[in-house]
Unconditional design. Structure first.
Length: 199
């Protein structure tokens, strides 16, 4: 349950792109995106930072070292071909509901963690951000990975539980009910917007 938001809190939305949302999800994508869009409006109206994160796993360290079969080839030529195909299919494209606006930060990550080798922490520090509200896909992967790093960096974290989902319902439940309560507050989009507006 949310108790407060820091004065300088940023909204960070993870991987709301065509490639990740094309999978079968535990919750209807339409509802998750609608809540994420409401958070976007609320943060923009409050003149608070908005960060849109998307993932391009091509070239990530794990793609070069994993022994298991991966959707990303390990060799340079294969990676180039995979990236071209993903680009052609719109994998990296942010969905229309999450339209970028001037002033938004767009961050491209290679791993689960949006802070890892992206400059996100530096950009937030320039804006004196001390708290983040998180949403996106997948709850147990990119959202949780980013939250864990944010916790290590000392940010106050709030998870918008209805602005995130996962491919696996049990993974979503584990993250929301077990992991996030240890490193953040968890509440609904309605409650977060109400707190943001000081009501």
């Amino acid at each position: 349950m949310i108790t407060a938001l820091d004065k300088n809190t940023a909204l960070v939305l993870i991987d709301l792109q065509k490639g990740t949302l094309s999978a079968q999800l535990a919750h209807p994508a339409k509802a998750v995106l609608a809540n994420a869009a409401r958070l976007l409006d609320a943060f923009r109206n409050a003149s608070l930072p908005v960060v849109i994160v998307h993932v391009n796993p091509v070239g990530a360290p794990w793609t070069k070292t994993r022994k298991q079969v991966s959707m990303i080839p390990a060799d340079a030529e294969g990676q180039k071909a995979a990236e071209a195909k993903m680009q052609e299919e719109g994998f990296f494209t942010i969905v229309p509901e999450i339209m970028l606006q001037p002033g938004d930060l767009l961050v491209t990550k290679k791993t689960w963690n949006a802070f890892y080798e992206t400059g996100l922490h530096d950009e937030l520090q320039k804006r004196n951000v001390t708290g983040i509200v998180l949403g996106g896909v997948s709850t147990s992967v990119g959202v949780e990975g980013t939250a864990r790093a944010a916790s290590e960096l000392g940010y106050n974290i709030t998870l918008a539980s209805d602005a995130t989902t996962d491919r696996i319902a049990s993974a979503y439940e584990h993250s929301v009910n077990t992991i996030f309560p240890r490193i953040s507050e968890v509440d609904t989009t309605d409650a977060i917007i109400k707190t943001l507006n000081g009501k």
